[in-house]
Write a protein that binds this ligand. Structure first.
Ligand code: NAD
Length: 442
């Protein structure tokens, strides 16, 4: 909530009750990950609809993660419901049967996860209909529990995905997913064998490239991947040399001063990673807002080069040279605007929707190479960019979400670290919003 004066004010002693009486939103301070902290500080209450397909896998994963189970009464930090057995709309009432008594037990900053199967694998049109219905339930429940700082997601597990759930459950149950809510995430069979992992340093021994790493979200990504053990190479334009040097020095990383739109950029990046790269994070991006009626071609073209075309060329160069390692990762940064559209951002939204297209198009090809590609789509994140917005749109951006506040750069970085984890081999082709369930494009 740093920089969010309103949230600090309405949560101040003495003013909190007044704000409540006036019906003003009082954003809950979100728990964030602290080094060495357990995945979950509280018990998990589990439930399942008859015919559940994931019960055994869920139990095995929760045992491995080491979470405490909730009893028949008392508070729960997380609710996990296996809805994979629901095969007819008449059985959706199982959601009501579990959540009606359970939701009141959910603690502040709690987590809700509903497990289902992709409609295409549901087995019949009735089952596919019922499984698709889970999305409406999950998104609504996210809005109902958001006032408590709690989140709610739907995880669709396809055949073979049962074995791949651990990294996703760890992320979604933990404070690392503080600003992710109302999302539908697909977990499938892994693209590479699951490695043995030190969960405190899952990226130990891995090489990562982060573009736009000198500040804002990119700096947070570089720090978070380094925290997880990666050897990070931060890239930014030569004009950002000093800030980039400060970030990479702090994390014992290396710096590349390079404009990603330079004609030789793909070649120079490929040369720098001649020995291979494990994680590529395409974070560098710009806005150049104007309505289309006032948009000169040059303004459109410069943005498209930075936000989309150069990423495609860098991917091509690394893939053609076979430099993306087995179980490698490409992670892209899209935007809520790329999903919802935004007046004055036809160029930006086009580029960010294109990023989602790139993820969807490349995921099958990368699966063949034992690698994954995913994107995050941030909503309102507290950065220099959003601090500079006029007060009206800035306040609307913060409050128009289930969590009634902006996210922090680290929230985006944590989602990227989850995608980047060598254990996320079953997570590919996803675009996950880190937006506190913002109402735009919801
Ligand atoms: P920022 O402006 O603070 O950082 C962007 C970085 O990219 C800068 O360091 C910049 O120098 C670098 N960069 C720009 N053009 C480059 C080029 N040609 N070559 C190399 N580096 C270049 O922005 P941010 O808020 O940290 O955003 C990071 C990413 O997140 C962007 O892709 C942005 O579109 C996306 N995003 C941000 C928000 C938000 O609320 N801040 C919301 C949605 C999406």
């Amino acid at each position: 909530m740093s920089g969010d004066r309103y949230a600090q004010l309405v949560n101040a002693p003495g003013l909190s009750a007044l704000a409540g009486g006036l019906g003003l939103p009082r954003p809950v301070e979100l728990d964030r990950h602290r080094e060495g902290a357990p995945v979950l500080t509280g018990a998990v209450l589990t439930g399942a609809a008859p015919g559940a397909r994931l019960e055994r896998a869920l139990k095995a994963n929760l045992d491995r993660i080491g979470v405490e189970r909730a009893g028949a009464e008392g508070k729960a930090k997380a609710l996990v419901f296996d809805a994979s057995g629901i095969s007819d709309s008449t059985e959706l009432v199982e959601l009501q049967r579990f959540f009606y008594p359970a939701v009141g037990r959910l603690q502040r900053n709690g987590r809700v996860i509903v497990l289902g199967v992709p409609a295409a694998e549901a087995g019949s049109s009735r089952a596919a209909t019922a499984q698709r219905a889970l999305e409406g339930f999950t998104r609504s429940l996210g809005k109902e529990v958001g006032g408590r700082g709690a989140t709610c997601q739907l995880v669709l597990v396809s055949a073979g995905g049962e074995e791949q759930l651990e990294s996703t459950l760890r992320f979604l149950l933990s404070p690392k997913s503080a600003y992710v809510s109302g999302q539908v995430i697909e977990v499938g069979k892994g693209v590479a064998p699951l490695p043995d992992l030190d969960w405190e340093r899952p990226l130990a021994g891995k090489k990562a490239l982060v573009t736009g790493a000198s500040r804002g979200i990119g700096a947070a990504i570089a720090r978070t991947l380094a925290r997880d053990g990666a050897q990070v190479v931060g890239l930014d334009i030569p004009q950002a040399s000093e800030e980039l040097g400060a970030v990479t020095a702090e994390i014992d990383g290396d710096a590349i001063e390079l404009d990603i739109t330079a004609p030789d950029a793909p070649e120079r990046i490929a040369e720098r990673f001649a020995g291979g790269v494990d994680v590529v994070v395409h974070n560098a991006g710009v806005t150049k807002d104007r309505t289309i009626a006032k948009m000169p071609e040059e303004r459109w073209a410069t943005l498209m080069e930075i936000n989309l075309s150069s990423e495609e060329r860098i991917d091509d160069a690394l893939l053609e040279a076979g430099l993306l390692a087995t179980n490698g990762r490409i992670v892209c940064v899209s935007s809520m605007s790329g999903i919802a559209g935004n007046s004055g951002q036809t160029n930006y939204a086009t580029s960010k929707a294109g990023v989602i297209g790139m993820v969807e198009a490349l995921a099958p090809e990368l699966a063949g190479r034992g690698a994954t590609i995913n994107a995050v789509a941030p909503g309102f994140i507290e950065t220099q960019m959003t601090a500079a917005m006029p007060v009206g749109p800035r306040e609307a951006g913060r409050r128009m979400s289930s969590l009634s506040q902006g996210g922090l750069p680290v929230d985006v970085a944590e989602a990227i670290a989850w995608f980047a984890s060598p254990a996320s081999t079953g997570v590919s082709g996803n675009t996950v919003r880190v937006c506190g369930q913002n109402l735009l494009g919801a």
